[in-house]
Design a protein around this ligand. Structure first.
Ligand code: ZN
Ligand code: ZN
Length: 355
């Protein structure tokens, strides 16, 4: 089978790799049919992160189920599923009791598809991928859903939900400031903020494509480099990968307000700690909780309250992935037709070809 390997800045290629096998009763083997780039992937491909190739890239996709182990028979061959970006067991105290599977205690912290950081788990642009503990990682698509614009439900779409909706539930109608710059998460956040009844949704960026998308999503798109401060908002989001934007978000958070950063600041960043101390700022940064927010975000997408297709920048055939990703388009979706039949999966066949 092929996997899409990141080699170095703007260099990717298909490489042959051994087909994955069911190794544990709860495993599933899936075949990605709509895959896209996380904002982190885009930065990796640009060469602006410490991540060095070669490794199989990609951790956002809708896949069809090819095979399941005997502990994952709630899934069936041909079923379309969202694959959560992080590797988790679903059973440990962090997964089951604390609902924090992105820091599962069973796997090395940070274990994820498409990353070289904590083991190699395969990339979600591959022909086939083994999903450990499928019941903890796979979410079935609603019947009739077009996989194309659901691929980012693995990561960036639920991250956009996480940065906005829970805070707006605690503070209904609050104004929000979103510092864009790194790609799609900021735009999904703008869409969820609108859908969840925020007051003003102000979106700051310098990129014309992203600003236009923000406008279509109902945000007030403001074209400017990050100012020192931009007003005062109960809820602010830094999704920029820029230290100046992060500091602007912090300084623009009203007293006792909430400022969240999607991170990907790869060095140490000076923060205005005295200003945060005097005003009282609740600051959060993290990689996104992932799996627990997939269904919650999906409900908005299914109800058409969040139109994810507005963020997609191009839809291309899967085979073109090396060229499309090297070009650096913000949110390309690579698609191919399903080939797994809707018959029940043969669980005695623990590896092998689809078809
Ligand atoms: Zn990601
Ligand atoms: Zn766990």
């Amino acid at each position: 089978m092929r996997e899409l390997v990141f080699l170095g800045p703007r260099k990717l290629e298909w490489r042959e790799a051994p087909e994955p096998r069911i190794e544990h009763p709860e495993d599933a083997i899936v075949r990605p049919i709509a895959a896209t780039t996380c904002d982190l992937d885009t930065a990796i491909i640009r060469g602006t992160t410490p991540f060095e190739g070669p490794f199989a890239i990609g951790h956002e996709c809708v896949a069809e189920v090819a095979h399941v182990g005997p502990g994952a028979t709630q899934f069936y061959r041909g079923q379309h599923v969202i694959v959560s970006w992080h590797i988790s067991c679903g059973h440990c105290h962090r997964c089951a009791r604390r609902q924090l599977p992105n820091t599962c205690s069973h796997f090395p912290r940070g274990a994820a598809f498409g990353s070289p950081v904590q083991g190699l788990w395969g990339g979600l642009f591959s022909d086939l991928v083994r999903v450990p503990h499928a019941p903890a990682s796979l979410v079935p698509l609603p019947p009739g859903a077009d996989p194309t614009h659901w691929a980012s439900l693995s990561d960036n779409i639920p991250f956009g939900y996480e940065l906005t909706v829970p805070h707006l539930l605690r503070n209904p109608g609050a104004d929000m400031l979103i510092m864009g710059g790194c790609g799609s998460v900021a735009l999904y956040a703008a869409a969820f903020a609108r859908a969840a009844g925020a007051g003003a949704v102000d979106y700051i960026d310098t990129d014309r494509t992203r600003l236009d998308i923000a406008t279509k999503l109902g945000a007030n798109a403001i074209e400017m480099p990050p100012p020192r401060r931009h007003g005062s908002y109960p809820i602010t989001v830094d999704a920029s990968m820029s230290a100046d934007s992060l500091r602007c978000a912090i300084r623009s958070t009203e007293p006792e307000g909430q400022c969240s950063s999607v991170g990907c600041h790869f060095g140490e960043v000076a923060m205005p700690m005295m200003e945060m101390y005097v005003r009282g700022i609740n600051f959060y940064t993290g990689r996104g909780q992932g799996r627990p927010n997939i269904e919650k975000a999906m409900a908005f997408v299914e109800a058409r309250r969040v139109k994810t297709e507005l963020v997609t920048t191009e839809v291309m055939p899967f085979d073109a992935a090396p060229e499309v990703l090297a070009r650096g388009s913000m949110k390309p979706v690579l698609v191919r037709p399903p080939v797994c039949g809707p018959k029940p999966c043969d669980i005695t066949q623990h590896s092998g070809r689809i078809g």
